[in-house]
Design a protein around this ligand. Structure first.
Ligand code: R5P
Length: 310
């Protein structure tokens, strides 16, 4: 028996996943005291149930402590296993000590989650200097891919697209989407100048003037990356571009910035709920959960054998 618990704001996805996988949804409430401490109150799992917490990790710091409280409470209440579905996985961009004495937060975050959960499912994490989540997570992990859903959306919504990735890291998903929609693909080079400032290499794009540009980035944070790209496309005489993000963080005035830069449409997947989350990726998440062990102790002989129990 699998029971899904939604951290606040994740109720819709928890219900959809339980429906797709034949599990149930139990209640979880978070109360914040006047002093900003918090308490989690949840419906105890039925005996030996596999519990799944659903919590996307944008704005991660205030979410982390209640999430860990919930995981520990579920174990105390007898859950056979505790898995985590985090459609957006925070801290993956801090994958190096950029300055002496700086924390490599991706490693620390991974160590904390690995200590509290049996497995993790996420969507297209920002893998730049790491080859896979196994480089930093010591628990079983699976990555759900957004490219098929993004491609489906483009086929249904955009006539004659050209797919553009803003930097080398975006090649992995930009190229995959372009292949799926049978469109040309260009990948630019980006240099980050500061938290809110980037420069993008210029390239001759005149041959794509009769196509609709679709910019694809994994994370839309301040919008600086996509805005720089939009400016270049405008100067090249291309039609107004569509901006597609896998994860829409929309920090600061990102939306206004993209609109000012000439975005004709902004859309993201549903990893982070919000006004622009129009590409549903629950099917891919559900498929990844199916590959997770159902909580029995894995031995070196049976590792990665699916024991999913609905
Ligand atoms: C970074 O390498 C990522 O792939 C994104 O391009 C980046 O996080 C976007 O951030 P922003 O929207 O602030 O430019």
């Amino acid at each position: 028996m699998t029971t899904f618990y939604a951290m606040p704001g994740n109720e819709h996805l928890a219900t959809v996943l339980a429906g797709r996988l034949g599990g149930s949804v139990a209640t979880l409430a978070l109360h914040r005291f006047p002093d900003r401490e918090s308490v989690v109150r949840l419906e105890p799992p039925s005996r030996a149930a596999d519990a799944v917490l659903v919590c996307t990790m944008d704005d991660p710091d205030p979410k982390l402590v209640p999430l860990l409280f919930a995981a520990r409470t579920l174990r105390e209440e007898g859950a056979r296993s505790v898995g985590l579905v985090a459609p957006y996985l925070a801290y993956m961009r801090q994958d190096r000590r950029f300055m002496p004495g700086e924390s490599v937060s991706s490693r620390h975050f991974a160590a904390i989650l690995s200590e509290h959960f049996d497995w993790l499912v996420t969507v297209d994490p920002h893998l730049h200097r790491y080859r896979s989540l196994d480089d930093i997570y010591s628990i079983q992990t699976a990555v759900a891919h957004s490219a098929p859903a993004i491609a489906q959306w483009i086929v249904a919504s955009v006539p004659k697209p050209v797919i553009i990735g803003p930097d080398e890291e975006s090649r992995q998903w930009a190229q995959e989407v372009a292949t799926l929609v049978d469109a040309p693909c260009m990948v630019m080079a980006k240099q980050r100048l500061g938290d809110r400032d980037v420069s993008i290499s210029t390239a001759d794009m005149t041959e794509w003037r009769d196509r609709t540009p679709v910019l694809i980035d994994d994370i839309v944070s301040t919008g600086a990356t996509l805005a720089a790209q939009l400016a270049h496309l405008r100067e090249s005489g291309l039609p107004p571009a569509i901006c597609v993000g896998v994860h829409g963080l929309f920090a600061d005035d990102a939306v206004a910035r993209l609109e000012r830069a000439g975005a004709s449409y902004i859309v993201t997947t549903t990893t982070i709920p919000g006004a622009f989350a129009g590409i549903d990726i629950s099917e891919s998440i559900a498929a990844s959960i199916r590959t997770m062990d159902g909580g029995e102790q894995r031995t070196s002989n049976d590792a990665h054998t699916s024991k999913w129990t609905a």
